[in-house]
Design a protein around this ligand. Structure first.
Ligand code: UD1
Length: 431
């Protein structure tokens, strides 16, 4: 079994380039299906989720070449319209392919993505929006049969919640369509703007991306294009958290701090010093960190739900009592049970976690999900002794070589093969 070992207690001190954004790459890869030609996507990190997306594209008939930083997708000969259950289950974001497949093939068959480790993740907003654009949807025993016999057409869509995935699915579905679509209440995440930039570079007519009203004038076809994906703001927040929790320093290259101002504000509240020039950003930690009691996750530009778990271990090392409230996903705090093996003092009441600062001790723990798993690695960086982090396939979905990147910053993190029965430290501390 693959695991990470972390020898805690070392401060970060170094410079690192932020990888391309997973949450930009995935919808952009789905959107390449619309182009009857080659798309070249640069700054595409080699991640578990990217592999899963490429498998779907290949299954649908694309030829994909992945050189581990750039991906070429040739969608000239797309011939299938069905995503098999196994691929749907590999990555919940496979629902992002729905609009693209219907647009390209006139129909799509996918299995309902169902729940995930963060709780139930319905796709009602995706489906009701696509229906408004001319898609028929029939569900039979967990399989969705979708078709647009007369092609997709423009619509006025009002999203009751700014769903990132639904906004992206609609944009992709109607980029090539008859008429104009207006999305009110759209998600405003930077990854939405990146998707719009990719589609516009290919000939789409999308305006307003990044605001709550996105206008898509359908075009007849898209053409071949190249696109460089924006940096990953959650990965940036991960390195900043590593510096904060170890009392260290980190300089991020290709940082794009404007994408995560809400996160930077929290580090400043904790007493960290942030300095920046151009696309570089440096964080120097304060010791001890100050606790924060007003952290609430929100849709962009609020504090991102994906960064919430990263801050929890950092708050474990801050003075006094801190509080963080999660408003987007029900099961975001599942990893907290594992965090308690480090000796963390965390009380969960509904959607709010109350964290009391105290020293952390090494532990053997299991990742429950991508960001929760990363939170465990961060805790281990600050815990005295050697920790074992298992089930790291969750982390590999969204981070390229996290052990190598943290080691380059001066931490001791290694990827190792361990016996599945390894439970050493876990038995010593009972949460
Ligand atoms: C995307 C991100 C994920 C991030 C999330 C919120 C990708 C690949 N993933 O996920 O990392 O945590 O945004 O910033 O970009 N909902 C419904 N019905 C729907 C759609 C969503 O009820 O049809 C609910 C979800 O259950 C969830 C909330 O809305 O509670 C947010 O979902 P959404 O914004 O759609 O997130 P994702 O696109 O799944």
């Amino acid at each position: 079994m693959t695991a990470f070992t972390v020898d805690g207690g070392r401060r970060t001190d170094g410079t690192i380039r932020v990888q391309g954004a997973k949450n930009s790459v995935l919808p952009i890869l789905a959107a390449t299906l619309l182009i009857h030609n080659k798309s070249v996507i640069h700054n595409c990190p080699p991640l578990g989720d990217v592999d899963a997306a490429l498998k779907i594209l290949v299954k649908l008939g694309c030829v994909c070449v992945n050189d581990h930083q750039s991906v070429i997708v040739d969608a000239t000969d797309v011939a299938n319209y069905e995503i098999p259950k196994t691929l749907m289950h590999e990555m919940r974001s496979s629902v992002l392919f729905l609009g693209a497949i219907i647009s390209r093939m006139g129909r799509a068959v996918i299995t309902s993505p169902g729940g995930c480790e963060l709780g139930p993740r319905p796709i009602d907003l995706h489906l009701s929006s696509l229906k408004q654009c001319g898609v028929n949807v029939r569900e039979e025993e967990g399989t969705l049969f979708c078709s647009a016999p007369n092609g997709l057409h423009g619509a006025t869509i009002k999203l009751p919640f700014p769903s990132v995935g639904a906004t992206e699915n609609i944009m992709i579905a109607v980029a090539v369509s008859k008429g104009t679509t207006v999305i009110y209440g759209a998600a405003k995440e930077p990854e939405i703007s990146d998707l719009a930039d990719f589609l516009n570079a290919a000939g789409a007519k999308i305006s307003g991306a990044g605001s709550d009203t996105v206008i898509i004038e359908g075009v007849k076809s898209l053409h071949s294009t190249e696109h460089k994906v924006i940096p990953d703001r959650i990965v940036a927040a991960t390195y900043l958290s590593a510096a904060a929790i170890t009392g260290g320093r980190v300089c991020l290259k290709e940082a794009r701090p404007e994408y995560y101002l809400s996160v930077l504000k929290v580090f400043e509240q904790m007493g960290c010093t942030l300095t920046g020039k151009g696309q570089e950003l440096t964080l120097c930690a304060r010791e001890p960190l100050r606790g924060v009691s007003t952290l609430v996750t929100r849709a962009y530009p609020g504090f991102p739900t994906d960064a919430g778990p990263l801050l929890v271990p950092v708050l474990c090392r801050a003075e006094g009592e801190s509080r963080i409230t999660e408003t987007i996903f029900e099961n975001r705090f599942r990893f907290v049970e594992q965090l308690r093996y480090f000796g963390a003092d965390i009380n969960i009441n509904g959607r709010t976690a109350t964290v009391i600062g105290r020293p952390l001790l090494a532990a053997t723990v299991d990742c429950t999900d991508l960001r929760g798993g990363t939170a465990l690695v961060l805790a281990a960086l600050a815990a005295s002794g050697r920790s074992f982090i298992r089930e790291v396939h969750h982390i590999k979905r969204g981070y390229y070589d996290l052990p190598g990147c943290l080691s380059a910053l001066g931490c001791e993190v290694k990827e190792v093969e361990i016996d599945g029965s390894h439970t050493a430290e876990k038995e010593e501390i009972t949460p």
